[in-house]
Write a protein that binds this ligand. Sequence first.
Ligand SMILES: C[S@@+](CC[C@H](N)C(=O)[O-])C[C@H]1O[C@@H](n2cnc3c(N)ncnc32)[C@H](O)[C@@H]1O
Ligand code: SF4
Length: 446
Amino acid sequence: MSESSGSSPAGVAEPTGVGSYFVANYPPFSVWTKERVETEALPALHAPPSDGVPLGVYLHVPFCRKRCHFCYFRVYTDKNADEINGYLDTLVREMEMYSRLEAVGGRELDFVYFGGGTPSFLSSRQLDGLVARLRAIMPWDAAREITFECEPGTLTAGKLSVIRDLGVTRLSLGIENFDDRILDLNGRAHRSPEIHAAYDRARALDFPTINVDLIAGMLGETDDTWQKSVDAVVKLAPDSVTIYQMELPFNTTISSDILNGSGRFADPVADWATKRRWVGEAFDALESAGYAVRTAYAAVRDPVTSFLYTDRLWQGADMAGLGVASFGHISGVHVQNFDRWETYSGAVEGGELPLARAYGQSDEERMIREFILQLKRGAVRSEYFRTKHGVDPGQRFTRQLASLRSAGYVSTLNDEEIVLSRDGLLRVDTLLPGFFLPEHSGVRYT
Ligand SMILES: C[S@@+](CC[C@H](N)C(=O)[O-])C[C@H]1O[C@@H](n2cnc3c(N)ncnc32)[C@H](O)[C@@H]1O
Ligand code: SF4
């Protein structure tokens, strides 16, 4: 089994080893199978949806100016304009197929997420054309949140106003760090002047929410550079700040370099204790500036700022995941698309849903999934689980919670709620496998 985000006991050196991962879903991806597409996913997609479950759409735009050395997403940096336009046509066809499925067609969209890769890599013309075609198939006028991920160096003033006119409510900027040397060392395409230009233009256009992403533990990061990035983000004052601790899944360039021993990157990634300390320091600084910590990864300036995408997914919402390698979740069944360009496009062009693997969860697995994902908020309301799942989490997980409490990771444990301490919140991804069913606790995660 791979290491989950620094799993050593406190006090022991915790290097960031290759194969670390972020617990984004449950059961582990390695138990999803091709066979279950026929036996579980297709029947669910051809059946009516459950009452009252919100529906969202995720659209994967897998293009970037450069591949960052730490990136683990499915991205392409070598596609020409014809290939990109062909991919957008495929996305539209895939949405048409979803709109004809009984589980999806005719439903209102609650949220839309343009993720990547880099959606802002697309030209204004491509974006306008794509969105017009998508909205003609599945209107999103009633959607409460439309998120759009951007790499700062791709945002011209003209493109930003097109993005604003598309109805985007949450603009997310991948800043990662403000230090040009660190951005360069990690293979980022943008530099700090582009951050400030993009942010100022976005502010002037009055997006309802601007989020910025930072990563704690990029190559070359020191206490001093981290402090400067935190100061810079506080000064920028975005509505939301997301901070990830650097992961090294197997498919990053840094991971290959470590495994091959090629020594291309002289600076190591900081250990887990240091990354947690850096996120903790950033949260302290943001709280002093008036922000509230909302999850293990995010702080918001106004406490009413929500991030519907995670809120909904963490409560078991349906989501159609469109695009190469995308993940979806419909009526309790997980699905993932083919993760190769040719196989994905070939399936859609051949008139088939491009599903590579699936997993239909049992009622207990659904409950566990929601519980571990909601723990990422730092507090779980027991009533939600009693009402929705007929389970009291304090009783169902007595043993695990007692042990987390004695380790100092749980600060409140009563009939109403389970609250993590700040120390527990900063290492939440290491705690979650402890709640997996026994048959999932020894298996590979991805
Ligand atoms: C799809 S990217 C965001 C948009 C755009 N592609 C960009 O990077 O600016 C999503 C985010 O994942 C985070 N990320 C990528 N690789 C990571 C890694 N190895 N560890 C932690 N976070 C990572 C980065 O913060 C990045 O902003
Ligand atoms: S982190 Fe963002 S910009 Fe960098 S390669 Fe990954 S998706 Fe592209």
